[in-house]
Design a protein around this ligand. Structure first.
Ligand code: NDP
Length: 448
C-alpha cells in the first residue's frame, strides 16, 4: 500500500475533483511535505489517512434567494464545506465574493484543518460562503442576503458542531446580520459565530487578531535570526481586515508599513502609513467602503492602478494579505532582487507554488498562511472559550494569549522542520506538525 507516490495520490485527487485547481494546489503542497514521513509511519498510508483527509465529511450546497433594492429577485449559491471534525467542531470562515466556488472553499477548508490543528486548540476545520458580490450593495441588501443565507445554514451549524466566522466580504456588519437571523430562527443566544460585536458576545482583539498574528509570526521568524521588525520597511497587499491590522501591528512593533492595495491597484507611501493615516483607511474601507486610490489623493502619494506592491524597492518584509495566488514567480523575483528578508502570508495561499520555491531557494524566510495567519482562528477559539464560560477577557489578556499562541506555532514549525528538513523550512514544519495531530486523532477514532 505505501508504495503509492505523491503523483499517484494526486492523480486520485484530481480525478475526483476535476477543475478544482486551488484545491489540487493546496493538497499537493501538503502531500509533498508529508509523504517522506510515511517511510517511518506506514500506518498513515495503510489506514488511508491522506485519502480520508481530502474527502470532506460533509458538504452542504443550497439556494440563497433574496430581493434587491430594485425589487428584482436574485439567486446565489451558498456552500458550507464541513471538512474534518476529528479534533473539534468544524471551524472556519464564510467568504462572500463572486469568485467563490466549491474548489476554492475546499482548498480553504483543507488548509483550515491543518491550521486549526497548529493553533493548539480543539478546533476542526470547515469553510463556507457564497458567490454573492457585496460590492456596491446597500446595507439593506447585505442584511437581506445575509438573512437568506442563514435561513438555510442555521440547521447545519451548532456550538458543538460547526461555528463559522468571517473571511473576505464578511466582517462585523455581516456577522451581525447572520447572528441576528440565527438567533431568531433557533430561539437561542449562543456563541454560534465568532467575530461578534463586543457588546453581544464578541472577543476584544478578534478583529485585530489575524493581522496582529501575522506580524507576531514575522517577528518570531526574524528573532530566530537575531533580527527584528523594528526599523524595517513592510510591504502589505490588501486593505481589508487582515491588511489593516497587519499595518497597525507593524507600527506597534516599530516597523514602517508603506503599501496597501485593493483589486484596483496599490498605494505607496514612503513616509509610512502611521496610526493617523490608518484610522483614515479604516473609515474609508469599513464605513464609506471606498477605493484605496482615494488614499493617494488624500495624502498626496503615488497610486499604481492595476499593479501589485511587490516591486517596491528597499523593503525588508512582505505580507500578502489580500487573496489566493496574488504573488507569482515574477513578483518573487522582484522580492529577491530587492533583498526582502521575510515573506509571511496573511492571506490563505497568496503565494503560487513556483514563487514559494524561488523565495526559499534564495534564502528568503517564508511563513505559510496556515501557520502565519492562524492568529485569527485561534482568537475565535478564545472567543468560544469566553462564551462557554460567560467570561469577558481584557484586550491585554487576549493580546497576550494571541502572542503566546503565535510564538508556540512558530516554535512547533521550526522544531518539526528541524526533524525532517531544516529549521527555516516553515512549509514542511507547518504541514507535518498540522498533519500528524489530525492523522493520529483519526487513527485513534477508527475508520469513520
Ligand atoms: P476583506 O474582505 O476584509 O479584505 C480583502 C482585501 O483583499 C480587500 O482589500 C480586497 O480588495 C482584496 N482582494 C480580494 N480579492 C482580491 C483579488 N482577487 N485581487 C486583488 N485584491 C483582492 O478580507 P480579509 O482581510 O478578511 O481576508 C484577506 C485574506 O486573509 C483572505 O485570503 C482570507 O482568507 C485570509 N484570512 C482572513 C482571516 C480573517 O480573520 N478575516 C483569517 C485568516 C486568513 P477589494 O475590496 O477591491 O476586493
Amino acid at each position: 500500500m505505501h508504495q503509492e507516490s505523491v503523483n499517484d495520490f494526486m492523480d486520485h485527487v484530481v480525478a475526483k475533483s476535476a477543475s478544482q485547481y486551488e484545491f489540487h494546489q493546496a493538497v499537493r503542497e501538503v502531500a509533498e511535505s508529508v509523504w517522506p514521513i510515511f517511510e517511518r509511519h506506514p500506518e498513515y498510508l495503510d489506514m488511508r489517512i491522506p485519502h480520508r483527509m481530502v474527502e470532506a465529511e460533509r458538504i452542504i450546497i443550497f439556494r440563497v434567494a433574496w430581493v434587491d433594492d430594485a425589487g428584482t429577485v436574485q439567486v446565489n449559491r451558498g456552500i458550507r464545506v464541513e471538512m474534518n471534525s476529528v479534533i473539534g467542531p468544524y471551524k472556519g470562515g464564510l467568504r462572500f465574493h463572486p469568485s467563490v466556488n466549491l474548489g476554492i472553499l475546499k482548498f480553504l477548508a483543507f488548509e483550515q484543518v491543518l491550521k486549526n490543528s497548529l493553533t493548539t486548540l480543539p478546533l476542526g476545520g470547515g469553510k463556507g460562503g457564497s458567490d454573492f458580490d457585496p460590492k456596491g450593495r446597500s446595507d439593506g441588501e447585505i442584511m437581506r442576503f445575509s438573512q437568506a443565507f442563514m435561513n438555510e445554514l442555521f440547521r447545519h451549524i451548532g456550538t458543538h458542531t460547526d461555528i463559522p466566522a468571517g473571511d473576505i466580504g464578511v466582517g462585523g456588519r455581516e456577522i451581525g446580520y447572520l447572528f441576528g437571523q440565527y438567533k431568531k430562527l433557533a430561539n437561542e443566544f449562543s456563541g454560534i459565530l465568532t467575530g461578534k460585536g463586543v457588546n453581544w458576545g464578541g472577543s476584544l482583539i478578534r478583529p485585530e487578531s489575524t493581522g496582529y498574528g501575522v506580524v507576531y509570526f514575522a517577528e518570531e521568524m526574524l528573532r530566530a535570526h537575531s533580527e527584528s521588525i523594528y526599523g524595517k520597511k513592510v510591504l502589505i497587499s490588501g486593505s481589508g481586515n487582515v491588511a489593516q491590522y497587519a499595518a497597525e501591528n507593524a507600527n506597534r512593533l516599530g516597523g514602517t508599513p508603506v503599501t496597501l492595495s485593493d483589486s484596483g491597484g496599490f498605494i505607496y507611501d514612503p513616509d509610512g502609513i502611521d496610526a493617523e493615516k490608518l484610522a483614515w483607511v479604516m473609515e474609508l474601507k469599513n464605513v464609506r467602503r471606498g477605493r484605496i486610490s482615494e488614499y493617494a489623493e488624500q495624502f498626496g502619494v503615488a497610486y499604481y492602478a492595476g499593479q501589485k506592491p511587490w516591486a517596491v524597492e528597499d523593503a525588508d518584509v512582505a505580507l500578502p494579505c489580500a487573496t489566493q495566488n496574488e504573488l507569482n514567480v515574477d513578483d518573487a523575483k522582484d522580492l529577491v532582487a530587492n533583498n526582502v528578508r521575510v515573506v509571511a502570508e496573511g492571506a490563505n495561499m497568496p503565494t503560487e507554488p513556483d514563487a514559494v520555491r524561488l523565495l526559499m531557494d534564495n534564502g528568503v524566510l517564508f511563513g505559510p498562511g496556515k501557520a502565519a495567519n492562524a492568529g485569527g482562528v485561534a482568537t475565535s477559539g478564545l472567543e468560544m472559550a469566553q462564551n462557554a464560560g460567560f467570561a469577558v477577557w481584557t484586550r491585554e489578556e487576549v493580546d497576550a494569549k494571541l502572542l503566546g499562541i503565535m510564538t508556540k506555532i512558530h516554535r512547533n514549525c521550526r522544531e518539526t522542520a528541524a526533524q525532517y528538513a531544516t529549521p527555516d523550512n516553515y512549509v514542511v514544519g507547518a504541514n507535518i506538525a498540522g498533519f500528524i495531530k489530525v492523522a493520529d486523532a483519526m487513527l485513534d477514532q477508527g475508520v469513520v
